[in-house]
Design a protein around this ligand. Sequence first.
Ligand code: FBP
Length: 547
Amino acid sequence: MGTGKKPGSLIEAELKNFKVRRPDVLSSLQQVELLEEKTVLKLHPKAKSDLKEIADNGLLSYKKNGAAKKYPPFKVGILFSGGPASGGHNIIAGLYDALKELNGESQVIGIMNGADGLIKADAKVLTVQDIDSIRNQGGFYLLGTSRTKVEKKESFDACLSTIKKLELDGLLVAGGDDSNTNAAHLAARVKKEGLNCSVIGIPKTIDGDLAYPPYLETSFGFYTAARTYSEMVGNICRDLPSSRKIWHFVKLMGRSASWITLETAFQTQPNIALIGEEIKEKGLTISEIIDEICEVVLKRHKAGKKYGIVLIPEGIVEFIPEIKGLIKKVNAAIVKIGNDEFMKMCLQARREVILVELDESTQRLFASLPQEVQNGLLCGLDPHGNVQVSQIASEVLIMDLVCQKLEKQGIKLTTQTHFYGYDGRCGYPTVFDATYTYNLGRAASLLVASKKSGYLVSLNNLSADVSEWKALALPLAGMMSVEERKGKESLVISKYLVDLRSKAFLEFSSLREKWALEDSYLCPGPIQYWGPKELVEAKSVTMQLNC
Ligand code: FBP
């Protein structure tokens, strides 16, 4: 007591000393070489013209080779971009250990607060104490993060001057689809300026929507988030047949993609799990979705089971045609009023001005929504000019409509809603995520050492034992396609949404009828770090089924 040093928890201290395993191919970095594969990713013509400096990059694979190479010291910057995801700190630790292995004089430079730090040259040399303090720890707290995008010429120029000022040989950007799209453009600009700095992307996002099978099987943080939500959902699943009286409606984070909901469904076997992509493909209306849920509730009711659980993906509202239409109209109305003006108003005034802007049928739909959902629609626009879909309480909307419909049939449900989101983004990484990220950092160091730029680093064959994991580098330009953004055609990395023909989805759809009626619940319990290998090194079910 009284030393002034903040003690960490017991698990924090133990995990700082936890040694993650390394794949054979990355065990001795000086003996590894990068080979260009014959396979080429099909290049979009726009990528050829807009990213010509990195357009010729081919797919690279890492191979162990007998002779050990000598390397000069390297100075490599790293930044986090977008929402936190567990494992981020291990990328820094893996990179640090790898660079020191290549040359003891090498340095890792932490870029503060995402792209903001790159623009403002806010950076620091990371010490061994910094690194040892974050091994196997969740969150991004060592460097922070931001959602700042480098889009304008002045921002690009500022980044280039920071790279020059810090004399970086490499810059690692840990981010999702948008951040890696940005990294590709930055890599092209850096090359155009003749700077000798490798810009490398690292696949991050809890949403699981940054994947490029078979070369990129998953993004880091996805499994930890899904597994954390699964622990909580699994605990509810134990409560269900114990108290036997409540229907739970649980919304899970994950933005547009329903991967987290699908993974949590495999881990816990709930009565119902809605998949946004399926709703979109079938063109289901909100009342059809409610009918399907009510059918299950009624069947269980008849069997004497007055309880159950429904999983709802965060992005579901974007897939329901009439709600999507409503969001679009509210969006247009706020743009017309002006977001700043709109946000100065109190909630009641916002409601009134929006209603004036809507046509009669949309007004009726808006007014029919539960108060909490209306409030979510009135939260103003995000920095990209869109209604903040994550603020819309879809779990309340669905619960409310189910209750209303059943009440008309004389059935009164006892219900409870939950939103599991931020709770899962910064927990201690699972051993899988800790190992995956540490080795992504190691693999990235070799791209810098080999002067390769404009790549996304990847590990695959992840369903096998860690010793057999393979390392790859995907050309960012080859991953891009054209999509409409803010009304114009843009070159982007597309989101990898749930594929209804994927093995994971087909397996889920073959099991869900049984889960609906029987109590097949699973309670996976907390993430484990010590104990049987199958438990400690457990992996995402969806990833294993799909890859
Ligand atoms: P990324 O796409 O940046 O990885 O962020 C994922 C996410 O956690 C989503 O699941 C969620 O909708 C969003 O971030 C929330 O964003 P914020 O942290 O800005 O509230």
